[in-house]
Design a protein around this ligand. Structure first.
Ligand code: GDP
Ligand code: IMO
Ligand code: MG
Length: 422
């Protein structure tokens, strides 16, 4: 019996979806613990590519039960759209294999509208939010007037919605228009449909099953550097994306967690605004973006690209208690003459080797170590020893720097393009 946590160590889009799907056969339950439809987790298998936003990435593996935990903010409209798409494409009945926490918060059209207005009001300092209503929904949760999924079963749901909306009326007055009312209509239609799913106290479901010896994989969304407390604030999301967030977001005590799988790209990307010390603005950055097809899975926006940042990686490993590292998209770095890795920074005139709490592009510049590149022949490797020597040196260098073993190297988006190293 154990709970393992899988999460991103960078700014999101590390390839979490691929690896949850890859590991899912070893687990009985797959559970999302935070975030919402701001996430886009891509899975590729049997010639099919599918992007999941709110549904856990164990959904395509037989006999796995999938859970949307209390830490998640759920948009019922997007959720029902996702369900319809999957049911059409794969002919499976998801009501049987998916449970939603009574305590998960509901994203409503009001939250999406607030997100849009608040972001616009930020002007030049805008975060680059996905505008899915994430921040305003978590604000209502903390403000103690959130609407929870369990409440869709109440006869007074419409009154509860109206009451929550009234908290925002002053601010939103003048913004309620026909498209908003159309969205509200869709919201209520989706609320009806969501009742077909198992809406349960998932904290009991999980703990009972842990006691029965079942295995759970907790699936993180976003990444550690987007964490509300430890990320590059204020350019962050509104939830705790770290291992501690899995305890809060599922109702599991810390001593139940065994392994923490930290997922990172062999380089870095970021979508949206905010500091990014190793960002590349030249042709090398463009080549990484094009090799890695770096466009957001949720918004389609171009992702900013740069070299791997070791101080940031060490910081994320420390915060999460990572026990195994999984290096993703290593194939993207093939056919470069040179590969660089950031091993420290010049920060306010000083050399440092940690990730500071306050970064602005002007006050930080990376210190690099340069490696000789490798060729795309390595992308066909089935085991570590098949990788070219320069590739192997890159892996060993990262392990030496961060003090945690790299147990998995991903060389492409499909399940089979994965090397597991014991
Ligand atoms: P997530 O949000 O962490 O699940 O990651 P995304 O799905 O947003 O972005 C990762 C993208 O890279 C997706 O398009 C994946 O299909 C793709 N991908 C995952 N692993 C690899 C890999 O090892 N190599 C390449 N080239 N693509 C990968
Ligand atoms: P996955 O799970 C990458 C970024 C947004 C923005 C900031 C705040 O696919 O890795 P929000 O919508 O939360 O208000 O946006 O966080 N962001 C992500 N970037 N991957 C994600 O999820 C992200 N979810 C949010 O681009 O900069
Ligand atoms: Mg993503």
């Amino acid at each position: 019996m154990s709970v393992d946590v899988l999460l991103g160590l960078q700014w999101g889009d590390e390839g979490k979806g691929k690896i949850v799907d890859y590991l899912a056969p070893k687990y009985d339950f797959i559970a999302r613990f935070q975030g919402g439809p701001n996430a886009g987790h891509t899975l590729e298998f049997d010639g099919i590519k599918h992007v999941l936003h709110q549904i856990p990435s164990g959904i395509f593996r037989d006999n796995k039960h999938n859970i949307i935990g209390n830490g998640v903010v759920l948009d019922p409209v997007i959720f029902i759209d996702e369900i319809i798409q999957i049911e059409k494409k794969f002919n499976i009945d998801l009501t049987k294999i998916l449970s939603i926490s009574t305590r998960a918060q509901l994203i409503s059209p009001v939250h999406r509208l607030l997100d849009k207005i608040l972001e616009k009001n930020k002007g030049d300092s805008k975060i680059g939010s996905t505008l899915k209503g994430i921040g305003p929904t978590y604000q209502d949760k903390i403000g103690r007037h959130g609407l929870r999924v369990g409440e869709v079963l109440s006869k007074n749901f419409n009154d509860k919605y109206a009451k929550q909306k009234s908290y925002h009326d002053n601010f939103l007055d003048g913004h309620y228009d026909q498209p908003f009312f159309d969205e509200e209509k869709k919201f209520f239609e989706s609320i009806k449909k969501i009742k077909k799913f198992k809406i349960v106290d998932t904290e009991y479901l999980m703990n009972k099953n842990i006691n029965r010896g079942k295995n759970i994989l907790a699936e993180g969304a976003q990444g550690t550097l987007l964490d509300i407390d430890f990320g590059s604030y204020p350019f962050v999301t509104s939830s705790n994306t770290t291992t501690a967030g899995a305890c809060i977001g599922l109702g599991i005590s810390p001593n139940k967690i065994l392994n923490v799988f930290g997922i990172f790209k062999a380089y870095c990307t970021r979508v949206g605004a905010g500091p990014f010390p190793t960002e590349l603005f030249d042709d090398v950055g463009k080549k990484i973006a094009s090799n890695g097809n770096e466009f957001g899975s949720t918004t389609g926006r171009a992702r900013r690209c740069g070299w791997l940042d070791i101080p940031a990686l060490k910081y994320s490993i420390m915060l999460n208690g990572v026990t195994e590292l999984y290096m993703m998209k290593a194939d993207v770095l093939s056919d470069f003459n040179e590969i660089k890795v950031c091993i420290g920074y010049n920060y306010n005139g000083e050399k440092i080797d940690y990730f500071p709490s306050s970064i602005e592009s002007e006050n930080i510049s990376p210190i690099y170590k340069t490696f000789q590149g490798w060729t795309s022949k390595s992308n066909k490797a089935k085991k570590f020893e098949d990788l070219e020597k320069n590739f192997q040196s890159y892996v060993r260098f990262i392990e030496d720097q961060v003090g945690v073993k790299i147990n998995l190297i991903s060389l492409g988006p499909v399940r089979e393009q994965t090397i597991y190293i014991n």
